[in-house]
Design a protein around this ligand. Structure first.
Ligand code: PMP
Length: 396
């Protein structure tokens, strides 16, 4: 492609996206990502972050991060297998394993590359992966990278999963078969039916993989969705991220020692990309330690989630079937969802519109992410503004 062709390609595709209202303008936060944020000089109540427990700005984590910088510097210095494995990384992995109730754990630089790494290190072109239709993009990309046959089952539809497992295993066409699911689905806040999934996996000898990016720190008193159902011994891969409830950056898989040993010699982002910085590793370890010692922040998160849900439901908004603090406000029409989000912002609430293709067509919504750091006054303010705009737009 010549540079002129590239320019034409970019210009026409960008203007096409803009015409369809699908071009995402990215906002810049002027300051920390807390319960209130500043964008273009305006203070807004933030209902859009994944900072579920408010740990991204917690003083104790800032303190350990600063100490780690003083002792270790700002970078790990090399890929882990060359000489970039710091004792801080090992401490983090031991802490994750204790948190998840597994023999061992491996840390990656992000949740996204963790899924890319771990799925493709174990599955190959002779295998099949059954994947929930609403699984996260990083799972989809990890599955694609593995070259295994990807078989999508309808979202949380156990009859469909069973039928497709029977077909895949019965065909004799595959060496290994995996079932992979989000633990908590981030657009609706519903929880995967792990007990049924694990039963099917046991019956048909499947590998089980749970991406609990939105469950860790949230479900199971903070230990996640696998713990919530008491299935620690029955899930092979407990994957998670350090960037949401943990408040820092990074991803991980917790599981049996043999699995972790394999990932350390075979997963490419571990082998060829430098690890998280000393400050990140130390802060994540501290955050997990705090979650293991106290459920106070977790309780506050659920309290706030319940309060917001009750308030919005009482006003007459459709809040879907969330089983977690994630609170979608389902509007339906995509353009209306976008206008609703825009009006909320003008009135001081930052809650993003989520539209097709992230959610199915006709289910456009504004998604609210209450956190442990929100005060009751903030949530009341949000509910008042929702009422005002809801009435103005004749949605309630
Ligand atoms: N899995 C799921 C289910 C997610 O929601 C996300 C984050 N959007 C990720 C993985 C990726 O995590 P990270 O942001 O740490 O790369």
């Amino acid at each position: 492609m010549t540079s002129q062709n590239l320019d034409q390609f970019l210009e026409s595709n960008i203007s096409d996206l803009k015409e369809k209202g699908l071009y995402n303008e990215i906002d810049t936060l002027e300051g920390a990502n807390g319960p209130e944020i500043i964008i273009e000089g305006k203070k807004l109540l933030n209902l859009s972050s994944n900072n579920y427990l408010g740990l991204a700005t917690h003083q104790d984590l800032k303190d350990v991060a600063k100490q780690a910088i003083d002792s270790y510097g700002v970078g790990a210095g090399a890929v882990r297998t060359i000489n970039g494995t710091l004792d801080l990384h090992i401490e983090l992995e031991k802490k994750i394993a204790a948190f998840k109730g597994t023999e061992a754990a491996i840390a990656y630089q992000s949740g996204f590359n963790c899924n890319m790494a771990a799925i493709s290190a174990v599955m190959d072109k002779n295998d099949a992966i059954l994947s929930d239709a609403l699984n996260h993009a990083s799972i989809i990309d990890g599955c694609r990278l593995s070259k295994a046959k990807i078989i999508r089952y309808e979202h949380s539809d156990m009859a469909d999963l069973r039928a497709k497992v029977e077909e895949a295993t019965g065909s004799g066409a595959y060496n290994k078969v995996m079932v992979i699911t989000d633990g908590v689905f981030s657009m609706d806040g519903d929880i995967a039916k792990l007990p049924e999934i694990v039963d099917i996996a046991e019956e048909f000898d499947l590998i089980t993989y749970v991406d609990d990016a939105h469950g860790s720190g949230v479900t199971g008193d903070g230990a996640g969705t696998v713990k919530h159902f008491g299935l620690q011994k029955k899930v092979d891969f407990q994957m998670g991220t350090l960037s949401k409830a943990i408040g820092v950056i990074g991803g991980y898989v917790a599981g049996k020692q043999s699995l972790i040993d394999w990932l350390k010699v075979r997963s490419r982002p571990f082998l060829f990309s430098t690890a998280v910085s000393p400050a990140d590793a130390a802060a994540s370890t501290k955050a997990i330690d705090m979650l293991m010692k106290s459920t106070e922040l977790n309780k506050k998160l659920w309290e706030n989630g319940d309060y917001l849900k009750k308030g919005l439901k009482a006003l007459g908004f459709a809040i879907g079937n969330s089983e977690t603090p994630i609170t979608p406000c389902i509007i339906g029409d995509e353009k209306q969802a976008q206008t609703f989000s825009k009006r909320l912002r003008e009135e001081g609430v930052y809650a993003k519109a989520i539209v097709f293709p992230t959610v199915p067509q006709g289910t456009g919504r504004v998604r609210n992410m209450p956190t442990a750091a929100h005060t009751k006054e903030m949530l009341d303010r949000a509910i008042r503004i929702y009422e005002k705009i809801g009435k103005e737009m004749k949605l309630i």
